[in-house]
Design a protein around this ligand. Structure first.
Ligand code: S3P
Length: 171
């Protein structure tokens, strides 16, 4: 059975974290982020996990976390890493919202933020822009297949997307 969490899914840099914070401001819910949890449990950064272990190791950590989210987390906002959709039980964890945007709009969003360089550097899969562009195209159908709701985000503020979600889900 589905838990009553709200899962924010989408490509790297689409604004899952900012949106989670806007939803927290407007509801009685608390937000958690899968990358933050993994970094805390492993006591290192995602970038370092990719470098010192492997992407496969990181994906296994995501899988383990997904089982815990399903068994133990309720009534929360959960922002997930861009590749977390692979875990297999996303639908059991909560209502999945796919934040859809084009690659160019995502890049513009990152580049216009005050810490753009840091945001790019910390993401191992955003180092090669051609590969990242192929990755978003490859993932788009998988995100669609994993989603309960799709929201277009380009040109919208996190605050307005939060309002849209609250209205849509009656939070
Ligand atoms: C990844 C996205 C990242 C992080 C890791 C891998 C991906 O999270 O989990 O670098 O595979 O798309 P964000 O989507 O929060 O950047």
């Amino acid at each position: 059975m589905k838990n009553n969490n709200i899962i924010l899914m989408g490509f790297m840099g689409v604004g899952k974290g900012s949106l989670a914070r806007e939803l927290v401001k407007r509801t009685d819910r608390i937000a958690i982020d899968t990358d933050d949890l993994i970094e805390s449990l492993e006591n290192t950064k995602v970038k370092k996990i990719f470098e010192n272990e492997s992407e496969a190791y990181f994906r296994e950590r995501e899988k383990k976390l997904s089982l815990w989210l399903e068994s133990s987390v309720k009534n929360s906002i959960i922002s997930i890493g861009g590749g977390f959709y692979h875990v297999g039980n996303l639908q059991d964890i909560g209502h999945v919202i796919y934040l859809e945007s084009s690659f160019d709009a995502i890049l513009d969003r990152i580049k216009s933020s005050h810490n753009a360089e840091k945001k790019l550097k910390k993401r191992p899969l955003l180092q090669d822009m051609q590969k990242a562009k192929s990755l978003i195209a490859e993932r788009h159908p998988k995100y669609l297949a994993s989603a309960d709701t799709v929201i277009q985000t380009a040109g919208k503020t996190s605050a307005s997307i939060a309002e849209e979600i609250i209205e849509l889900l009656g939070l």
